[in-house]
Write a protein that binds this ligand. Structure first.
Ligand SMILES: *Cc1c(COP(=O)(O)O)cnc(C)c1O
Length: 227
């Protein structure tokens, strides 16, 4: 077994164990293998080990990888996106995780229209209120969601967050819980299903799954530390 196949097996086992602890169905948690800076050979090793969903951060890099590896697997954009790159993002990605402002949402909807696409997106929430992080502030999320939900070529599937960095994954738990509670409130407010919660990375994905994550974005724990 390759090291990547071994890592994937361990991450999947940890997701299953977290589901078990939380009484959740493991079929409701998708593992997004975050492959930014990871070369084609290692992505192929992950595909050979059964991984069928990858997350990228940069458009140029993703375009080259998708051209080489094709659509035998699904591709998500997990990182920050500039409005002027909306068209490329709509061409490339099945789900865009980090929509955090109306201008970007409008650009995505406008780009999706001529492509005959309804683009799936998540709203990124800055649950820690950190000045250095992107994401809409929780208090502003209801207004943003209501405006984004009106755009004809977007479909909002749920929420995404990146909590502050902690060495202890337990410290991230309140932020994951807060995102789930915000989702529940927004569901009541809008009537949208908002089934997806994108939260949890290499250091804290098990805690995120216990708190309801449906998409975990894991890079280093699969591919090794980025240099
Ligand atoms: C890089 C990245 C990840 C993966 O982080 P790891 O610590 O390598 O698991 C997850 N989400 C986003 C938005 C990222 O940019």
């Amino acid at each position: 077994m390759t090291p990547i196949a071994q890592n994937l097996q361990e991450v999947r086992a940890a997701i299953s164990a977290a589901c078990q602890r939380a009484g959740r169905d493991p079929g409701r948690v998708r593992l997004v293998a975050v492959s930014k800076t990871v070369d084609l050979e290692r992505i192929r090793a992950a595909i050979d080990a059964g991984q069928d969903l990858f997350g990228e951060n940069y458009l140029q890099e993703a375009r080259a990888k998708i051209a080489a590896l094709g659509r035998q697997v699904n591709w998500h954009l997990v990182g920050h996106l500039q409005s002027n790159k909306a068209r490329g993002a709509v061409e490339l990605f099945d789900l865009i995780h980090a929509v955090d402002r109306l201008k970007l949402a409008q650009a995505l909807s406008a780009a999706a229209a001529p492509q005959g696409k309804v683009q799936d997106v998540l709203i990124q929430v800055n649950q820690g209120g950190e000045a250095t992080k992107s994401g809409v502030m929780p208090a502003a999320a209801p207004a943003l969601l209501q405006e984004v939900a009106r755009l004809p070529h977007l479909r909002v599937l749920g929420l995404m967050t990146m909590p502050p960095w902690f060495s202890d994954p337990e410290a991230a738990r309140p932020y994951f819980l807060a995102l789930r509670e915000l989702r529940d409130r927004l569901r009541g407010l809008t009537g949208l299903p908002l089934t997806e919660l994108s939260m949890g990375m290499s250091g804290d994905f098990a805690v995120a799954v216990e708190e309801g994550a449906t998409l975990v974005r894991v890079g280093a724990a699969i591919f090794g530390q980025r240099r």
